[in-house]
Write a protein that binds this ligand. Sequence first.
Ligand SMILES: CC(C)(COP(=O)(O)OP(=O)(O)OC[C@H]1O[C@@H](n2cnc3c(N)ncnc32)[C@H](O)[C@@H]1OP(=O)(O)O)[C@@H](O)C(=O)NCCC(=O)NCCS
Length: 146
Amino acid sequence: MIEIRKMELCDTRAVAKVEKTCFSNNPWSEQAFINEMNNELTVYYVAVDNGKIVGYAGFWNVSGEGDITNVAVIPEYRQQGIASKLIKKITDSARALGLSSITLEVRKSNTVAQNLYKKFGFSVVGERKRYYSDREDALLMTLLMD
Ligand SMILES: CC(C)(COP(=O)(O)OP(=O)(O)OC[C@H]1O[C@@H](n2cnc3c(N)ncnc32)[C@H](O)[C@@H]1OP(=O)(O)O)[C@@H](O)C(=O)NCCC(=O)NCCS
């Protein structure tokens, strides 16, 4: 059974491991996640299978707007609806905080993640040219909250 719960400071090492497995380009360090946990503007969730962290997602609450930093699920747990559960938590939490929208950047080539976000009603609202360090473009996707 997969449990989705709030991420805590003691989870940062395991989350950094998930991050390293999921992102070959510039994965965030454990210190980066510690900083996120110590920042009161962030909201992060982890997906846990029997005590093992298999995915995470989080967003920033900036001036009443949400900004998703990342979503990741380790390969052997993909296509089981775990990222969907994480995004559902994020959208519920953003709604509860009264945020007007949630925005994110996603690599133009990452159609898997784009499909995930579209499933939750996000739409492409713009592009950021050469946004990533390897110069790939980002698509900007937004969900307006009702
Ligand atoms: C993107 C990612 C988080 C999806 O995680 P997941 O747990 O497999 O996603 P889910 O099982 O909840 O799938 C949700 C939707 O994503 C899309 N999707 C997932 N896997 C897909 C695939 N292999 N091909 C096409 N679409 C896919 C589908 O729309 C799916 O909905 P459906 O099951 O109703 O068809 C995961 O692939 C991942 O960690 N990738 C590497 C990190 C990354 O790219 N993160 C996003 C950065 S912006």
